[in-house]
Write a protein of this length. Structure first.
Ligand code: DP6
Length: 345
């Protein structure tokens, strides 16, 4: 009647972006991401059967041992969305104790790691009640539920590459849960590095929900969704051939297109900061000079993810320290790399 489960789940960074969704967390286009390794959420979920059964969700949330009532509405919405799939939800009182391995105020999205960790904990409880759940069913269900918490969260459970959203050339791809990229990937992409430059650690200027809604009635929406489908076809060839030049062009174009969508919506937003542009220009001139395969991507904010193959780590980290750290808030950056997904603790 009571127990505790615990999972650690990483963040992820999209190469082809999810931007625009239909009702109940169905993406307008397929996306693909690298799972990260160091940027993780660790969640402990304690559960105890309620003494009297009632019709409400009962839970408390702690971040770093501090009660977080401000997280309640988001979790309440999540529980409402997933209740139909987890009938036991109202029978228990839950204590959600969570912490992140990255600084809370880093502007790094914690919804992907946080929602995937919570979804995994909940499916672990279901597994205790229904031991018949197979490994595959377990991971698919957890990704399905994570998606209902935050779309990109469904791409955080496995690694090293995950696809979410139906694409005719990716076997098994679908709109309801993320799938591990099913094809062999060239060695160039093994252990790919992601150094995250924290340009702006503040609260997001535009929440992702508001952001996705900007794609309703957006003048370029259908072209954008079509482009993402084409880019998944292209990245499939790139991941097979190891063509780093083509990878760089595709990934940087995806990042800038995401921001172009925000600049051309109504209302419109500029989420890059002057230092974001400084960093991008420095990366381009360094690449021109050295011919090293360094590239960047962005999420819906000002921070820059610097991507490069592991073998160039020394040169590129030196460049980052000498030339890019000056543009980071308090000189702050996080070294991360491709990871392999969530772990039960
Ligand atoms: C720009 O997954 O945060 O990072 O489904 O509303 O929770 P919700 O949105 P969210 O959106 C992520 C958008 C993105 C691109 C991406 O990760 O693909």
């Amino acid at each position: 009647n009571k127990g505790s489960v615990s999972w650690s789940s990483p963040s992820n960074i999209a190469l082809v972006k999810y931007w625009g969704k239909k009702q109940t967390q169905i993406p307008e286009n397929p996306s693909i991401s690298f799972t990260l390794d160091n940027c993780k959420t660790i969640t402990v979920l304690d559960f105890v059967k309620k003494e009297t059964q009632d019709d409400v969700f009962s839970f408390e949330v702690f971040l770093d041992e501090i009660p977080k009532p401000e997280f309640h509405p988001k979790i309440e919405t999540f529980f409402n969305r997933i209740e139909a799939y987890l009938p036991f939800l109202k029978q228990f009182h839950f204590t959600i104790k969570t912490k992140n391995t990255f600084p809370h105020s880093s502007g790094i999205a914690s919804s992907a790691s946080g929602m995937s960790a919570l979804a995994l904990c909940l499916v672990s409880i279901e597994k205790q009640l229904n031991p018949n759940l197979s490994e595959t069913e377990f991971i698919q269900k957890a990704s399905f539920l994570a998606r209902l918490g935050s779309g990109s969260a469904c791409r955080s459970l496995e690694g090293d590459l995950v696809v979410w959203g139906t694409h005719p050339e990716i076997e098994g791809s679908n709109d309801l849960f993320g799938v591990k990229y099913p094809y062999k990937v060239h060695d160039n992409f093994k252990n790919y590095q992601d150094t995250i430059l924290l340009v702006d650690k503040g609260e997001k200027q535009v929440s992702s929900t508001v952001g996705h809604n900007l794609m309703y009635g957006h003048p370029f929406a259908s072209q954008r969704f079509g482009q993402a489908v084409d880019n998944i076809s292209k990245i499939k060839l790139i991941l097979e051939s190891g063509d780093l030049e083509a990878f760089i062009a595709l990934v940087e174009s995806e990042a800038l297109t995401l921001h172009a969508m925000m600049m051309t919506s109504m209302p419109y937003f500029i989420l890059m900061k002057p230092n974001t542009l400084q960093i991008i220009n420095r990366i381009w001139s360094f690449r021109e000079e050295t011919k090293l395969p360094i590239s960047f991507t962005l999420d819906a904010g000002a921070n820059v993810h610097v991507l490069y193959p592991e073998q160039y780590t020394d040169d590129i980290l030196k460049f980052i320290q000498d030339e890019l750290v000056a543009y980071c808030q308090n000189g702050h950056y996080i070294c991360d790399k491709i990871g392999f997904g969530a772990k039960q603790l």
